[in-house]
Write a new protein. Structure first.
Length: 75
């Protein structure tokens, strides 16, 4: 597992923002495919969980981005 994480870290370090954007589009497409294939009765709990994870991850990511944005504006 450590080798897998090391490879993932190296991949991210050698990628630019465009590659990361394509990776995100790939993952959101996979999520949409999985969501469409879910039985109707399972969709609400999965949507609630996904929404919670989104909020818990989006807020810190955007806080870090806006901090970086402010730092680049000051330069």
């Amino acid at each position: 597992m450590k080798k897998l994480f090391k490879a993932a870290d190296h991949y991210i370090e050698t990628s630019d923002w465009k590659i990361i954007a394509v990776l995100k589009f790939c993952l959101i497409s996979l999520g949409l495919i999985i969501g469409v294939l879910l039985p109707r009765e399972s969709r609400k709990p999965v949507l609630a969980g996904a929404g919670t994870v989104f909020l818990l991850t989006y807020i810190p990511l955007m806080a870090k981005f806006f901090k970086a944005f402010q730092e680049t504006r000051e330069d």
